[in-house]
Ligand binder design. Sequence first.
Ligand code: UGA
Length: 446
Amino acid sequence: MAVIAKNCPDIKVEVVDINEIRIKAWNDNDVANLPVFEPGLAEIVKKSRKNNLSFSTDVESSIKNADMVFISVNTPIKEKGMGAGKTSDLRWVESCARQISKSAEGHTIVVEKSTLPVKTAQTIKDILDSSSMYTDKKSTFSVLSNPEFLAEGTAINDLENPDRVLIGGDDLDAMNSLKNIYLNWIPDEKIIFTNLWSSELSKLSANAMLAQRISSINSLSAICEVTGADIGDVANAIGMDTRIGNKFLKTGPGFGGSCFKKDILNLVYLSRYYGLNEVADFWQETLKINSWQQNRIYKQIVEKLFGNLAGKKIAILGFAFKENTNDTRESPAIDICKNLLNEGAFLNIHDCKVKKETIQKDLFNNGCIDENLSWSYKDNVYSALEETHAAILITEWSLYKTINWGEILSKLKKPFWIFDTRLILKPKELNKLGIKIWQLGYGNNI
Ligand code: UGA
């Protein structure tokens, strides 16, 4: 919405939420306190707030005055009941649809922005149409699907220069109204129209295919480790084939983030619902390899540290699911750390953006581990490394590339091991210092 406000000075963008604390944070004079960290976002919000971008809790009057309403709410995986652990929890989408039907006046275009299971637009339509039948307002609605393809950490650039903008719907006038907004900064040929279901399915499929590429390269990283092949060379050789392309071929500790797992689970659920069990099994494997990758990293750590972590201190470098974000949802760091804690290790956890409270919640929500005795939050990477037996690099923050290992060497326990799951460190230089290093896709060769 901030990027729309920036590129469309004639459009008034009102962001509304029932959560007062969040809205207050979005209005904070100090933009360092915005609820989301995303490079470039604070500057745009600061500038646009003075013009055509506002944040408020006045949901009703905003909807009443709006020509177009974007539904951008959380759609996490359902925790209880039918489809638990497999499909999205749509309670917030449904409650938005009910709120819109209650407050809207005249004709309103409703745009699904949240990532949703296929056919959700029908639910929204049914709620909007049925409730307006029983009021005197005679409000009318058009429902569009306009999935978001931005990635965290590069969101602003992805929105300013998208590969494509997808608009799904069956009301051409409404589709053109939304297209006209994007035409303010995006070329016509990049804006594509489809029906609602193709649009919803394209979003899930794009994420599923990206995730599948990561699981493919991660599965190959394990083959490299046992054969002596080099995952960097293999990825390069594969990626130079223009039919395959070189993006999304970096091996790592497994994909995290709020969407890949959820979207694949939704695809699996949808396939099973229609009796397409082979299709469901195919996509399920992508998730299986992802957990396996995290698990095998943990096993390598235990093995290299003589099968025993009890009483050992380990530095965790990075907790976010990728660099340039403070988001930890589905971060591979969570399971890796839980497994290490379970072995009796003490963790010094450092991240460039993730706060202590977030890590605390991610690791100890179930309350089964005594947090005071098992971990410490470090906001300085050198103090995180002090007196540790090993460091596990999980997030590819640039800061970690610049660590002066020579400087900290005397304060590390020996033998000292580094487990570099992002391939950003220089093994030869570390070996010269007497530091042992294991890198994904290279394994014991170093
Ligand atoms: C992903 C998609 O890339 C976006 O197009 C989509 O809009 C978004 O999900 C969404 O649906 O919300 P995001 O999860 O923010 O974006 O981040 P990605 O850059 O895709 O990374 C996802 C995970 O894959 C991260 O854990 C990352 O470290 C990992 N990854 C990515 C790799 O391990 N290797 C790679 O080569 C690329």
